[in-house]
Ligand binder design. Structure first.
Ligand code: ZEM
Length: 306
């Protein structure tokens, strides 16, 4: 362990974190990548690292950064996240004192804030210790092809309720689907690098106009193509917007829908609730002592093996 490293389980200090956050900010703007920002895929990395949590067995979660290894990283649900990990690798080399697990979760909070979203409370101290016996089984992350029952099954397991499921889903204001990653195609909102409540507004605004389509790979999704924007023959076509079947279930299920309506009408409420629930997601499975230090089951010195 390097001399300047915080003790295992101790969070890096605010002073140590400032240059790390600045480095993440500097990394976000990438004109050549997707819609010009690495932010969305960094948010997805943090979400998938944490979203394996199971409250009954207390397994999974962001501690350990297990996605570095094939057992978790090779889960088809995590396809594409190697790009996010690669974007962060130079920052990890520059600041070796921060664990991968802290860096991935911190980077997502930096991205959300930098793309115009709320400031998400974040606590450090995660270690990179992976207990092979506790690597979460595949299938713990949600499948976009399904509906409301599936969302409840997956998110109740993590300890979230209906309101929290809807608030978390608002992350689909950011980024897009990639045919070569999930198999789905397209973005949810016109400006996918600006965090807002637009996703909720569009779900409701185009209700009845979202058309179910079957992609060449057999997956079904919903699309909205504005005919005025679609362009005539030979003109450049404006890309349509999309929703996953799980996204659509947020307006067909009455309990979820209440929250979609609230968040569509009140961006401040959405930002507040998102900040709280994203912070909760990033803390799943993290045991802390009274000082806020992360407590691991095993010898955390191992956490620094790389
Ligand atoms: Zn997503 N998500 N997600 N999500 N997600 C994708 C992309 C992104 C679901 C899902 O199937 C998919 C949450 C919840 C759920 C982000 C954040 C969060 C994609 C496209 C799919 C298929 C992947 C691709 O092809 O690249 C489902 C079913 C969810 C259940 C509700 C939660 C919670 C999130 C964070 C809080 C983000 C930011 C993206 C965009 C990634 C990118 O690369 O642009």
């Amino acid at each position: 362990m390097p001399q300047d490293a915080p003790a295992p389980g101790a969070a890096p200090t605010a002073e140590q974190l400032e240059p790390v956050k600045a480095a993440v900010r500097a990394l976000l703007h990438q004109p050549e990548y997707d819609d010009g920002s690495t932010g969305p895929v960094l948010v997805r990395l943090a979400w998938h690292s944490a979203g394996t949590y199971c409250k009954e067995t207390n397994t999974g979660g962001s501690n350990g950064a297990g996605m570095r290894y094939e057992k978790e990283g090779g889960d088809p649900a995590n396809a594409g996240l190697q790009h996010a990990r690669a974007f962060l690798e130079p920052i990890k080399s520059q600041f070796p004192f921060i664990s991968y697990a802290d860096l991935w979760t911190l980077a997502a909070t930096v991205a959300v804030a930098e793309l115009g979203g709320p400031s998400v409370p974040w606590q450090g101290g995660r270690t990179d210790y992976v207990d092979d016996a506790k690597v979460p089984p595949r299938g713990r992350l949600p499948d976009g092809a399904q509906g409301a029952d599936h969302l409840r099954f997956i998110f109740y397991r993590m300890g979230f309720d209906d309101q929290e499921i809807v608030a978390l889903s608002g992350a689909h204001n950011l980024g897009r689907c990639h045919g070569d990653r999930s198999g789905f195609e397209g973005k949810w909102v016109n400006n996918p690098t600006r965090f807002s409540n637009q996703y909720f507004k569009l779900l409701l605004k185009f209700e009845g106009e979202w058309k179910k389509t079957t992609l060449a790979n057999g997956l079904q999704q919903f699309v909205y193509v504005d005919e005025d924007l679609a362009g005539g023959e030979g003109e450049e076509k404006e890309e349509g917007l999309m929703m996953l079947p799980t996204d659509m279930s947020l307006i067909s299920d009455p309990k979820f829908r209440t929250w979609v309506e609230k968040y569509a009408a009140d961006q401040d409420l959405f930002f507040r609730d998102f900040a709280n629930v994203f912070a909760k997601l990033l803390e799943l499975g993290i045991k802390r002592d009274a000082q806020g230090h992360v407590v691991n089951d095993e010898n955390v010195e191992d956490g620094y093996r790389s």
